[in-house]
Each structure stands twice: as structure tokens, then as C-alpha cells.
Write a protein that binds this ligand. Structure first.
Ligand code: NAD
Length: 360
């Protein structure tokens, strides 16, 4: 029996997670998986109920489970709170506490949605890349950090620090993923300026020796950002640190044109993972049945593949999503301005995916 913890969170989080759960239940029964669900609060919802964005009990429950499916956290209601007690602290906290060191964000253009990108169709065609971002180290966690005053001037500082083991384990994740895809890894760095990136260079080269079937390229982060909009089809797997990965994965998401379509996985060692849509809590449409649940549903596909070792279930989910889109069903975020098309809600999109799954 595998226990899945649901952390719907705030805003549209609960709306998309409920659809994703229905999909997971349907696939589980078709594939003979034995699942049990537990649901808990995180983010603003947890602040309101318990005074803290993430309780220790929730972390313990996640530790005793096979995977976590999270919606989104945050919203204007909690924006004025101090940084260390805000909903986002719940997300950073759970990543750290569960040792989720590898963040995987695929960005692929689904043919039926190629028009949604701001880039020209011939540039967008063939985008199918995966950003593998180190998630628990680097400048977001490095010490010393702080703000102070020196010589009458205010100062602020952070530290970008990695040790060789942290670099090696994320690099291995990237090479393993490349083996499941097109066997190419691009290491993104700023080694011409940053010493820490010179360490990355050395370690990535060492790890690459264990993967002779995978090709490796090194790319400066600034030129990588340019290439991502000029020729995104050249990338297969990108591996990089926390800061560069944060920025590039959002850029990669945007070029596919549909935030409501993008899943993600954050993995620990041993197959445990936290799966969540890339988008936030979308307070502007929360509670109106307007959210696109497909990013959450595609996160379920990643969960099936990685934490439940059920690639057939993952393929069934992806196939059902492609089928529904090819049939012309769209939530509001997928409809272009001026396009005359019927818009369906979150619930109906979920129903369509279930119907496509059950029709197989
Ligand atoms: P957002 O992703 O919530 O929304 C950006 C825009 O995209 C909005 O117009 C929204 O309506 C739309 N959108 C997002 N997801 C959608 C979906 N599934 N279907 C249809 N439309 C969708 O980003 P934001 O507005 O910058 O942030 C809102 C809140 O979410 C903030 O409090 C922020 O801190 C939080 N946030 C949380 C996460 C997370 O939980 N991982 C990530 C990003 C932002």
C-alpha cells in the first residue's frame, strides 16, 4: 500500500488538486495500485488554522508516505506578513525537511497548444526540455546571509555555496533523466565569474564519465537565457544550481505559453517526491471554477512514473490530456485573445480527462 499526502494549499490549489486526485484514483484502480490518501493544510490555510504555514506533524506524515501532491500556496491575504512566517515559508520548509534536492520541470509544447506561445511557431515547434534544478542548496540557503550597516551604509549579503556531493547527486539525476529522453545534458553555469561554478564544472565532468552514452555541453547562464528564446528545441536536459534554475525554469515555462499546463517534481533520494503544478495560487480566479487543472493532473503523471514506478499509468494520463486538448476542450487560460472557442471550467476539464481515461 502506498500513502499519498494531499496538500491542496491556497487559492486554486484545492480546486486543481481535487481533479488530480480523481485522475490518480482512476489510474490506480486500472493499474492495480493500492493507494491510501491523507489530506493536510499548508501555506496560508495552515496559518489561518494553526498559526504556522507548515507543522511538524505534516512533515512527519509526508516522511511516512510514498509521495506528496501539492496545489499552491500564498495569496494577498498573507502578503503583509513577515517573510519567515509567510505561506511561501511552508514550501521552502517542506523542501528542506524532506530533503527534496532535485527539482524537475519539463517544458514541452503540446501540438494542439503551439499557438499559445509568444514565440513564432517555427521556434516553438519541438520544444521538449527538462530543467533539473538543485533545490536545497546554493544562494537561497547559504550562510552567511543577512543585512546590516557598515561605515554608515546599509548592506545586504548572501552566500552561494555548494559541496561536491550536492553537485554530484543532482548531476546524476540529470544524467539518469537524459537516459529516459534524448541522451543530452546541458550544464548551465557562470564559471567565468563564480568560483562555486568552477567546482560544478569539475564535478559535472567527473560524473559524466559514468554516462558515456549521454553527451554533455556546458553553457553560460546568460547565453543560455538567450538560446532559450532563440532556439529552445536544441535543449534536452538542463542541469543547474538553485538560483539559475529558478529563473530559467520560469523562462522555459513561459515559452511554452501555458502556465496552467506545466507540472513539476521535487525528488529526494529513494523515489520519494513532492509533485506540484508550476503555477501559483492564482487568487484572481480562485473559487470561480476557472482554473486549468491539467498542470496538477500532469504532475500526477510524474508521480506515477517516479514515486509509484508505474510508467504505464503515467502514459495513460498524458495520453488522456493530449486527447482532451486535441478534441478542442480548453479552460480560459488556453484560449487566445479573439479566438472564438467554448471555454470550460476546472471541474469539466477534470471530467473530460476522466472520460478519456475510462474510454481507453
Ligand atoms: P500565479 O501562477 O498564481 O498566477 C499568474 C497568472 O496565471 C494569473 O493571472 C493566474 O490567474 C494565471 N494562472 C495560474 N495558474 C493558472 C491555472 N491553473 N489556470 C488558469 N490560470 C492560471 O502567480 P502570481 O499571480 O504571481 O502569484 C499568486 C500567488 O501564488 C502569490 O501569493 C505567490 O506567492 C503564489 N505562488 C505560489 C507558488 C507555489 O505554490 N508553488 C508559485 C508561484 C506563486
Amino acid at each position: 500500500m502506498d500513502r499519498i499526502v494531499l496538500l491542496p494549499g491556497d487559492g486554486i490549489g484545492p480546486e486543481v488538486v481535487v481533479e488530480a486526485r480523481r485522475v490518480l484514483e482512476t489510474v490506480a484502480s486500472a493499474q492495480g495500485l493500492d493507494l491510501e490518501f491523507a489530506e493536510e493544510l499548508i501555506g496560508g490555510a495552515s496559518i489561518d488554522a494553526h498559526g504556522s504555514p507548515l507543522r511538524d506533524e505534516v512533515i512527519d506524515l509526508c516522511r511516512e508516505s510514498s509521495a506528496v501532491l501539492l496545489g499552491a500556496v500564498g495569496g494577498p491575504k498573507w502578503d503583509a506578513m513577515a517573510v519567515d512566517v509567510r505561506p511561501e515559508k511552508g514550501l521552502l520548509g517542506i523542501r528542506k525537511a524532506l530533503g527534496l534536492f532535485a527539482n524537475l520541470r519539463p517544458a514541452a509544447v503540446i501540438p494542439a497548444l503551439a499557438d499559445a506561445s509568444t514565440l513564432r511557431p517555427e521556434v516553438v515547434e519541438g520544444i521538449d526540455l527538462l530543467v533539473v534544478r538543485e533545490l536545497t542548496g546554493g544562494i537561497y540557503f547559504g550562510e552567511p546571509r543577512g543585512r546590516g550597516e557598515e561605515g554608515g551604509k546599509r548592506r545586504g549579503w548572501n552566500t552561494m555555496v555548494y559541496d561536491e556531493d550536492e553537485v554530484a547527486r543532482i548531476t546524476r539525476v540529470a544524467f539518469e533523466q537524459a537516459r529516459l529522453r534524448r541522451n543530452h545534458v546541458t550544464h548551465v553555469h557562470k564559471a567565468n565569474v563564480l568560483d562555486v561554478c568552477q567546482l560544478w564544472m569539475d564535478v559535472v565532468e567527473e560524473v559524466a564519465k559514468d554516462y558515456p552514452d549521454v553527451t554533455l555541453a556546458h553553457q553560460l547562464v546568460d547565453s543560455c537565457a538567450m538560446l532559450l528564446v532563440r532556439d529552445p528545441g536544441r535543449f534536452d536536459v538542463m542541469v543547474t544550481g538553485n538560483l539559475f534554475g529558478d529563473i530559467l525554469s520560469d523562462q522555459a515555462a513561459e515559452i511554452t505559453g501555458s502556465l496552467g499546463m506545466l507540472p513539476s517534481a521535487s525528488l529526494a533520494t529513494g523515489g520519494f517526491g513532492l509533485y506540484e503544478p508550476v503555477h501559483g495560487s492564482a487568487p484572481d480566479i480562485a473559487g470561480q471554477d476557472k482554473a486549468n487543472p491539467l498542470a496538477a493532473i500532469l504532475s500526477v503523471a510524474m508521480l506515477l512514473e517516479t514515486s509509484l514506478a508505474c510508467p504505464a499509468g503515467a502514459a495513460a494520463v498524458r495520453g488522456a490530456v493530449s486527447h482532451v486538448l486535441a478534441a478542442g476542450h480548453r479552460t480560459g487560460d488556453l484560449v487566445l485573445e479573439g479566438e472564438a472557442r467554448e471555454v470550460i471550467g476546472c471541474r469539466e476539464m477534470g471530467r473530460q480527462v476522466l472520460a478519456a481515461l475510462e474510454a481507453k
